[in-house]
Design a binder for this molecule. Structure first.
Ligand code: EPU
Length: 339
């Protein structure tokens, strides 16, 4: 059984940098640690929260239960066919290390997801995404322990109910499983997606006509860095809310009052609104409650400006939700998980 650490500060273990104290803390560094932890789970103080990089978690107060940090490492090319390479990574692998591995070896498909904070095991839960690509586009299989039945299971990507920042792991399987490994399917041939946002423009400015995987990943990283605050410098968890999906009818009403509102088609009947625009246009950039603030450059990002408590961030998020509902009649839902 992995060592138990009492009264552990989680400040370095969540990208918001919130100084929450966990009553009990375990680090699961190997498959054996995970196996033993589940085998003896009856003895572990509840509730249990499995933590990756803490890149999408808001600790709202001290944690009166057990935190189990998944820290298993290892990336391996399992097999290949004529068109694809199948790469397996353990849940604790840092997401960007996995992307860098793919880029360095010219395994195509992961490059747009460069520099996203988090771990491989958390990626399917949230179906992380950026610049026109989502984790679901490259996930082949997810392996997990079912905690109750103590069995090792696997789910093919098309059974994971992947949707925009959503999956079966956030719903039906929530609190019932631990993801141990993910098998990814990368392409042997370039499959670049450059039409999202300003990727093409950024490449044009550099005078690059036929970019390779190295130029594309570097360019996307530059675009990210110009918009999102560096978690090493300012605590944050990327986008705090999901971009809300509304009907086209509702959009038409909104356009009458807000002609410059930003939206993207998602189906014949629905659009996704840019929550960052909604918050920005509501005049909330820089708005602060306690030590938590709305980021000046990207209003969808809430930051730990000055020793924020988890409650400060939560209060700020509730205030924003209330204002956005009042101004636009639109509900915002957090992408970040409140613990
Ligand atoms: N905008 C504003 N003001 C702001 C922020 C944004 O007007 O303060 C406008 C922008 O000008 C743009 C639109 O809103 O027209 C969208 O902004 P942006 O391109 O920055 O993307 P986003 O919708 O805010 C989403 C993802 C990000 C991902 C980027 C790029 C969600 C919740 N967020 O952000 O993912 O990196 O697109 O693909 O879907 C994350 O999930 O943590 C994350 C960072």
């Amino acid at each position: 059984m992995p060592n138990l650490i009492k009264n552990k500060s989680l400040k370095e273990l969540n990208t918001f940098g919130i100084n929450s104290i966990a009553d009990n803390f375990y680090e699961l560094n190997s498959d054996i640690d995970i196996f033993e932890f589940i085998a003896e789970i009856d003895k572990v103080a509840k509730p249990i929260y499995f933590l990756g990089a803490g890149a999408n978690t808001l600790f709202t107060s001290n944690f009166n239960g057990s935190i189990a940090k998944i820290n298993t490492k290892g990336i391996v090319l399992k097999f290949e066919d004529d068109d694809y390479l199948y790469v397996e990574a353990n849940a604790g692998v840092v997401w960007d290390d996995f992307v860098s591995f793919c880029v360095a070896n010219k395994y195509y498909g992961a490059e747009n997801l460069i520099a996203i904070p988090g771990t491989v095991g958390a990626a399917p839960i949230q179906n992380i995404g950026a610049y026109g690509v989502e984790a679901k586009d490259i996930i082949h299989m997810v392996y997990y322990y079912d905690i109750e039945s103590f069995t090792l299971n696997q789910l093919e990507a098309n059974s994971c109910k992947f949707a925009y920042r959503d999956s079966i792991f956030k719903n039906e399987l929530k609190d019932k499983i631990i993801i141990t490994k993910v098998l990814f399917k990368l392409s042997k041939k370039p499959t670049f997606k450059l039409s999202y946002g300003n990727i093409n423009d950024a490449l044009k400015i550099k005078g690059i006509i036929s970019p390779d995987i190295f130029v594309i990943s570097a360019t996307i990283k530059e675009i990210r860095d110009s918009k999102l605050p560096n978690i090493e410098v300012i605590g944050n968890a990327g986008s705090f809310f999901k971009n809300p999906i509304i009907s086209k009818e509702k959009l038409e009403e909104l356009i009458l009052d807000f002609p410059s509102i930003v939206s993207y088609d998602v189906s014949d009947t629905e659009v996704k609104l840019a929550a960052g625009w909604l918050i920005d246009n509501a005049g909330l950039k820089g708005y602060q409650i306690g030590g938590a603030a709305v980021h000046q450059n990207q209003a969808l990002v809430l930051i730990n400006k000055d020793n924020a408590s988890g409650k400060d961030v939560m209060d700020l998020s509730k205030y924003i939700q209330k204002e956005i509902k009042q101004i636009y009649g639109v509900d915002l839902f957090p992408e970040v998980i409140f613990v």
